[in-house]
Each structure stands twice: as C-alpha cells, then as structure tokens.
Design a protein around this ligand. Structure first.
Ligand SMILES: [Fe+2]
Length: 434
C-alpha cells in the first residue's frame, strides 16, 4: 500500500536498505561504500520507539496499547497484576501475526479481570535487514529489544458502586492546553479516574499521516505522556475525519470491539459502574456532497447505520439496565440557535448541532432514557436543560485556547451524575447534577 507521503511497506526495506534500518534500531554496521551517504541522508539515528505509548478503549476484560516506531519493527506487550512480575505476554493477531509495522504497533490485551490494575511495558525489536527476504533459513541476528517505561491501567468495573471520568475536547493540537489538561487529570490524586473521554477535534485536519497522526493522537507533540493517564475513549470530531489521510487515524487509536464480526467501529457502548454510556460518531459538519470534502467522506450512511445499531444496543442488558445513561458525541444534538445553515454560501455555513444525527437517533435515545448528551464542537461550556420536546439535557465543553478550555469531570453514582467544569488553573466554574 503506497502512500502519498511515504514509502509503502512493501518497498520499505528495499529502498531504505540496511544502513537506514540499523540507524532506526540505534545499532551500527560495518560501513560500506554507500553508508556515509546513506547516513547523511538519514540524519542522526532516531530511537526505535517514537515518543510514548497510549492506552485506548478499555473494557471490563481488555485494553488496547498503541506505540509508534521510527522504522520497521516487531513488538509485544509484557504485563501482569504484580508490578514486579510482568509475567504475561500479548499474543498474535486475528491473522496469525505478531504486530509488526514501520510506523505503529497496536496490541489489544484480552482476557483481563474486571476492575483490576495491571502493570505493563511495550517492547520492540527492529526488523533486521534480511527479514524482508521471505523464507530465509539463516536470518541475521536480531538486535536487543527496546522497551517503554512501565505503566499501569485499570480495566473497567461494570459492577462498581460508582465511577469517575474526565473529558477533554477540541484540543486542536493546542499543546499548552493539552499539557494543562494532562496535569489536571493526573492531579486527581487519590480519587480514581476510570477513563478519559477525548471528545473530538484533537487535530485540525489529517493530511499528513507520517508526522501529524502519531504526534497528535499517540504522544501529543512528543511531550504529553498519555499512558500515565487513564485509558482513553476517543470520539471523532469533524476535524478528525477531515483530510486526505483521516482514514489512517484508526491505525493509531482503537475503539472497543462491540460489533458483529469483531469489527471495531467509531461508535460503541460501555458500562462503568452505574454509568451506561453510548458513544456516537457525528461525522462532518456539512453534507457529504460538500465540495470541500473532495468526495472523501460518507458519513450520512454511517449515521443511518448507527440508528440501526442504537435500536439493538439499547436492549443490551448492561446498557438497558444502567442506572445513569449518557451519550458522548462530538457535535451536540441540541443547540441554543437551531436556524438552518447555508452550507453552500461563502463562507460556508456548518452545523452547530447535528440535526442529521438527532433526526436519526432521537427516538431510540428517548426510549433508552438518556439523561444528558455530553458534547464538544462549539468551544464553550453550555448547559441546555431537558424540556418536554427533548427529555435530555445537552452539555458542551470548552475550546482550545486557555481562556475557553475546560476540564470536565464526571462522577456517577446509582442516583445520578455530577458534572463539573474547571478552567486550566483548576478553578471550578460550573457544576450541574443530573
Ligand atoms: Fe473544534
């Protein structure tokens, strides 16, 4: 699969050659005639593991670990319930391979115990040059593995009496804001935060897979270590799905696997203590046929598919019987000013709320009994209470700039949900109970 911005996997080893691969591995080779030239072209050797890893899409019995690499490598995750004994090791994938790639490695740990803390580290070994020759009986020796730091995560606990979470939204690659949100999240202290909802518009657009996606979704600008925080539930915003290589983001993140055939989708449901959560994908903020999308998007069928999926998922016992029911989605389903937009004017109008999504999903959401839709997109904290027409409240979080950014905290017991919003100095500015 050849990409516009980089050398395809099939041609990678052939074109980069042994000097480049060992440079990526941090190793050294006897210099041939072409080696100095190759090293000059490659620049200084980069570490094999690029940046820090991240943990996505926890369930009661699994999580997904993602890390990125500077060059072709294979990898695995060592883990265990005892920090001194990482005695378990991830296995192969659905096709019988161990993870290997030139950019990103992704491992879902399965068969875990609910509500249990596990320690883990990821490991990678650079693929030796001869590895590309399929069937070689005498492969060259491998370099030693390279490891990440040791981290921990806790699986979801569906039967817990309460649950807590935080939401970041519309970070739009604003590094100072992401750093503060990360610090505030880490500063939760003894109170456990079970998960982070990164509620979309993490980027501006995805036109550059090689550099922007890893540095945005896995290790923001190389300085925020997401793996130190709670596991991440990602919802896609309109900016995340925009750009020529937006379809590659899924290689670097993960969603819980709750669909027939084992296919991960960007919409899903989960249970954490008394909270039943449904995550919906509102897609773009204009119709699919809008010329700015260059024919690359098809979200209207995805919204219809989610409508059919919703009818079923609200009958799943742990979702149906959850004491507190919440939806997370990037574009709100209600707004303070719902006048129609002219998408084809200049400048183009765009959705402040997703009428397409609401029209498709409203009936099932009301039948389910959702209390609040927690969204993003409009870059300011707003609370629209439930009313007779819409028996669910709408919350939107803050924006990317320091003045508008908000850390939203949620605490759920069997009797209700409390949401608070604080600014980047940690000052609580709003609180609402549902
Ligand atoms: Fe945004």
């Amino acid at each position: 699969m050849t990409k516009q911005t980089h050398v395809g996997r099939r041609d990678f080893v052939k074109l980069v050659g042994s000097a480049g691969l060992l440079a990526a591995a941090g190793g050294s080779i006897a210099k041939g005639a072409d080696a100095p030239k190759a090293e000059a072209a490659a620049g200084p050797a980069k570490p094999l593991i690029r940046g820090t890893p991240a943990v996505f899409a926890p369930t009661a019995d699994s999580v997904c670990i993602v890390w990125t690499v500077n060059g072709a490598a294979r990898g695995w995750v060592e883990y265990g319930a005892d920090p001194e004994n990482l005695n378990l090791r991830s296995g192969g994938d659905a096709m019988g391979y161990t993870p290997h790639d030139e950019r990103v490695l992704k491992v879902r740990l399965k068969g875990l115990a609910a509500g249990t803390r596990y320690w883990w580290r990821a490991a990678s070994i650079a693929l030796a040059p001869g590895s590309a020759k399929a069937g070689s009986q005498n492969p060259p020796p491998e370099p030693p593995p390279v490891y990440t730091a040791v981290y921990s995560f806790t699986t979801l606990a569906p039967s817990a009496a309460e649950t807590s979470f935080v939401m970041w939204n519309d970070t739009h690659q604003n590094l100072p804001t992401i750093k503060r949100l990360s610090a505030l999240t880490a500063g939760e202290g003894a109170r456990q935060v079970d998960f982070l909802v990164w509620n979309g518009d993490i980027t501006q657009r995805n036109n550059n897979e090689a550099d922007l996606i890893p540095d945005t979704y896995v290790h923001p600008a190389g300085v925020v270590d997401l793996a130190k925080g709670p596991p991440i539930f990602l919802t896609r915003g309109n900016h995340d799905v925009r750009g020529v290589w937006a379809n590659k983001v899924v290689d670097y993140v993960d969603f819980p696997d709750t669909h027939e055939g084992g296919v991960a989708r960007p919409f899903y449901a989960f249970r954490s203590g008394p909270l039943g959560a449904i995550v919906l994908d509102t897609g773009e903020d204009k119709p699919d046929r809008h010329s700015s999308f260059r024919g690359l998007v098809s979200f209207e069928p995805l919204i219809e598919e989610q409508a059919r999926w919703l009818e079923k998922v609200i009958e799943r016992p742990e979702i149906k019987n959850a004491p507190v029911k919440v939806v997370f989605c990037h574009i709100p389903l209600r707004w303070t000013d719902e006048k129609p937009q002219d998408y084809f004017a200049k400048p183009a109008g765009f959705d402040r709320f997703s009428k397409r999504g609401r029209d498709a999903w409203h009936a099932s959401l009301v039948k389910w009994g959702v209390r609040v839709i927690i969204s993003a997109h409009v870059h300011r904290w707003v609370h629209i209470p439930a009313n007779a027409e819409f028996p669910y409240a709408q919350i939107t979080g803050g924006g990317p700039e320091k003045e508008r950014a908000r850390l939203v905290r949620g605490h759920v017991t069997s009797s209700g949900l409390k949401l608070t919003a604080c600014d980047l100095d940690g000052k609580e500015l709003a609180a609402v109970t549902f």
